[in-house]
Design a binder for this molecule. Structure first.
Ligand SMILES: Nc1ncnc2c1ncn2[C@@H]1O[C@H](COP(=O)(O)OP(=O)(O)OP(=O)(O)O)[C@@H](O)[C@H]1O
Ligand SMILES: [Mg+2]
Length: 364
């Protein structure tokens, strides 16, 4: 908003300034012709002197015009420069501990012990309170809870975009804030709630998950999430440029490209924050099965945030129901029969879904 105002102010000033300079130049030339002309007529001045003078007057105003233009450019560049330096100077909140160690290749055993978290130390209430949760390597945990309950916040704690306020969060016994961020994030695949694609083509966007993935591996990942068919229908297939300067993909298409990117990584720890929310029911179920199959094949620990209780019941061998602030009492439900391929048709699944609905204050 401020940017728009200063831009329109600048345009207004430029709009006055340049014509004024031109006008003064014009008036000056006119005055010289008028005065000089009458002197010539009275034979007090030769025509050549007058012409030379007029040429000089033009020479005189040319640098002033140039100076004004350059000054305008200079101001624009300075404004852009200030913006760039403000961004570069933004303090980094999360720093590697001076004694941080490299996190060795992980199995994916995640453990929360008495975790408390709030974004702002000045805030009175915690967003997450007393979270105790253990996810053995290779298991899937689902987080459910109302909007604002703190589901995305937990995902950001595991990926260490924020630090805990109190308690302990370990992966394979290593405190997440005692290992280098690079070695931590390299081993996890993250699908965030807001999916971002980069400028570039579809192939690059998926390969971004693992830079040394071959074209075949990228296509395989796209097929796994059912994105291959729509990608082939794009104007240039996998070479179609997406993002700001390219083809605009729909929310669900973007989401599938983002999931394919994460699967290409074949991570040991998969974090997904509402990854399926813009997908239709059929695609959603197919993707759930894909995640289950991959989870078994790669033995990756999976953390999935979802508003869909049936999804939590299908995927999560543990389900963490987050309470609403200020009490936030979390409840962990064991779901031993989860992750079976034919699970959706079993009575246990319906029981679980109903239990979740009751806990969330919905009629069963
Ligand atoms: N960067 C932030 N700074 C301060 N407060 C934040 C920040 N991000 C989220 N919050 C607050 O933390 C609380 C939990 O947010 P969070 O995003 O974890 O909720 P959520 O359970 O993921 O909700 P949703 O289902 O809508 O995605 C909210 O009250 C939110 O306003
Ligand atoms: Mg969220």
């Amino acid at each position: 908003m401020a940017h728009r105002k200063s831009n329109s102010d600048a345009a207004l000033i430029a709009g006055w300034f340049f014509p004024s300079i031109e006008l003064i130049g014009g008036v000056a030339t006119g005055a010289i012709i008028f005065v000089g002309g009458s002197l010539v007529l009275n034979e007090q001045l030769s025509v050549f002197t007058l012409l030379t003078f007029i040429l000089y007057i033009d020479e005189f105003f040319f640098p002033i015009r140039m100076l004004a233009q350059r000054y305008n450019q200079f101001q624009a560049v300075m404004a852009a420069g200030t913006k760039i330096f403000t961004l570069l100077d933004t303090p980094i909140d999360i720093k590697d501990d001076p004694d941080a160690v490299e996190l060795p290749t992980i199995q994916g055993h995640v453990k929360f012990t008495n975790v408390y978290f709030r974004y702002n130390q000045e805030e009175e209430n915690f967003i997450l309170k007393n979270i105790n949760l253990e996810v053995p390597a290779g298991q899937t945990v689902a987080f459910v809870g109302h909007t604002g309950a703190g589901k995305s916040s937990i995902v950001k704690l595991i990926s260490r975009f924020y630090d805990l306020t109190d308690g302990s969060l370990t992966i394979d016994g290593y405190e997440v804030n005692k290992v280098t961020q690079n070695s931590l994030r390299r081993q996890m695949g993250i699908v965030l709630q807001e999916t971002h694609l980069f400028s570039g083509d579809v192939m690059e966007n998926i390969r971004y998950g693992r830079l040394n993935a071959t074209d075949e591996e990228v296509i395989e990942a796209a097929k796994a999430v059912g994105a291959h068919d729509f990608i082939m229908e794009l104007p240039d297939g996998y070479a179609t440029v997406v993002g700001e300067r390219g083809v605009k993909l729909s929310g669900g298409q973007r989401q599938r490209v983002a999931i394919a990117r994460t699967l290409a990584l074949q991570p040991d720890l998969l974090l997904m924050d509402e990854p399926f929310n813009s997908l239709d029911a059929t695609t959603r179920e197919r993707l759930q099965d894909t995640i289950l199959a991959l989870r078994r094949e790669l033995n990756m620990t999976t953390v999935i945030v979802t508003h869909a209780l049936d999804e939590a019941a299908v995927l999560g061998s543990k389900i963490l129901c987050l309470g609403d602030p200020p009490n936030c009492t979390p409840v962990i439900i064991e779901n031993p029969a989860a992750e079976k391929p034919d699970y959706r048709t079993r009575p246990a699944y319906l029981d679980m879904r109903n239990e979740l609905r009751q806990r969330m204050g919905l009629d069963a």
